[in-house]
Design a protein around this ligand. Structure first.
Ligand code: ADP
Ligand code: 5GP
Length: 199
């Protein structure tokens, strides 16, 4: 069995990552979402262990000290990290993995695993990010400016990614991610074994 592929998705808060990821997951039974640990507060619609593992700063630090995180970063005052154990296990079982991490984390993943595929999600316009962020209704007004500031910085990192997906419509963005995943599976280096005569 061939190992799965690791896909990393970044994009500003409110651009629609979770919404599109849900659609992509629905289409791909072989895809697993990596559940991150975070010290931020749980939002009302979130489920512990499904959206995130919600932990204290002490618990986060312990995981970091034990070397359990593939990458980690601070984002608008909270810590986020990707547990490495489940990823390694699932890749070996042949599952593809999707990570939703901000750019500092994405670059750490790239330096640890050079075959990771980095995808950046943008909105059709910058103003649309603020509209969606406000429309979601769970980010207090005094936190919006900080997230938009961060969004500007994230946009400046996008050229370091392998692909940029525009989330104009959820189905369309999911199609683009699906196309990337299909194309990455056709890379010549991954298919040379099929060409051997004794195969
Ligand atoms: P993120 O995970 O990037 O922070 P969400 O998936 O929570 O973003 O989406 C933020 C808001 O934008 C949600 O209210 C969601 O329903 C909405 N949204 C997501 N994608 C689109 C889209 N293509 N068009 C319009 N609204 C969208
Ligand atoms: P939110 O608080 O809106 O769920 O996420 C805030 C930001 O943290 C998003 O940009 C998201 O991609 C990022 N994020 C979520 N999990 C992780 C993680 O494990 N590591 C890193 N580096 N960023 C993460």
């Amino acid at each position: 069995m061939t190992n799965g592929r690791l896909f990393v998705l970044s994009g500003p808060s409110g651009v629609g990552k979770s919404t599109v990821v849900q659609e992509v997951m629905r289409r791909h039974p072989n895809l697993r979402f990596s559940v991150s640990v975070t010290t931020r507060e749980k939002r009302p619609n979130e489920v512990d262990g499904e959206n995130y593992y919600f932990v204290t700063r002490e618990q986060f630090q312990q995981m970091l000290d034990r070397g359990e995180l593939l990458e980690h970063a601070e984002y608008v005052g909270n810590c986020y990290g990707t547990p490495e154990g489940p990823i390694q296990q699932q890749l070996e079982q042949g599952f593809d993995i999707l990570l939703d991490v901000e750019p500092c984390g994405a670059m750490q993943v790239r330096s640890n695993r050079e075959d990771a595929v980095l995808i950046f999600m943008a909105a059709p316009s910058f103003a649309e990010i603020e509209r969606r962020l406000r429309g979601r209704g769970d980010t207090p007004d005094d936190k919006i400016a900080g997230r938009l500031e961060r969004a500007r910085w994230e946009y400046a990192q996008a050229s370091q990614y392998d692909y940029i997906v525009i989330n104009d419509h959820v189905q369309h963005a999911a199609n683009e991610i699906q196309a990337i995943m299909e194309a990455e599976k056709c890379r010549a280096q991954l298919r040379l074994d099929y060409l051997k005569e004794d195969n």
